[in-house]
Design a protein around this ligand. Sequence first.
Ligand SMILES: [Zn+2]
Length: 242
Amino acid sequence: MTEALYMKDSYLKEFEAKVVEMNGDQVILDRTAFYPQGGGQPNDLGTLESGGKSFNVINVTKSSGTIFHHVAPGGLSVGDSVVGKIDWTRRYRLMRMHTAAHIIDAVLYKEAGALCTGNQLGVDKSRIDFSLDVIDREKMQHFIDMSNEEAGKCIGVKIYFMKREEALKIPGIVKLAAAMPPSVDNLRIVEIPDIDMQADGGTQVANTKEIGKIELLSMENKGKNNRRIYYALNGQKEKPPF
Ligand SMILES: [Zn+2]
């Protein structure tokens, strides 16, 4: 098991760790702030530095609680101390996209009873699929306007852990229709007070004001009971303020 530092602190950009195992070009650390791809959020990129050398992290994956850092081969060995550095510009954009997705999900759930059936966050644009039969552009734009109104309230995002059995009693705690949370005793809860509460493993901004303005790009009909939207965030290209 790798200690997943990003679960407790989404703003951790740099960390120290030890190489505990090598699997070909995949490095396993005792702890990491690198987010592994999953839950619709892409993996982080960045570097691992050790002994005056820097190794590019080109992919990060997770399997049974172990996080694998895929690096250019050669150079690191078990026992090495490393400093990990996250590509923060990329990650911060994904955090803004992720919290925006939770607000859009919550509005669609509340206003139209729609469940999110899939999502893929991206650095420049993101998509969400909803269980909806009919929705026109005007109506969806209205939901996006409502999402912007909610985000504009500058609400602090809370992240904490809750006993699985308690958490699963909360209606709407699992909004990704097909995905039940992992079978762990404590679920990580992302709460945007008065808007949304979800069992979630992703990284999030600390305040909804950091999201910026959500812009509806396009909509697609993906078949019966499935409507896809694409959105972007204004200011998405800017450097992070932190
Ligand atoms: Zn999420």
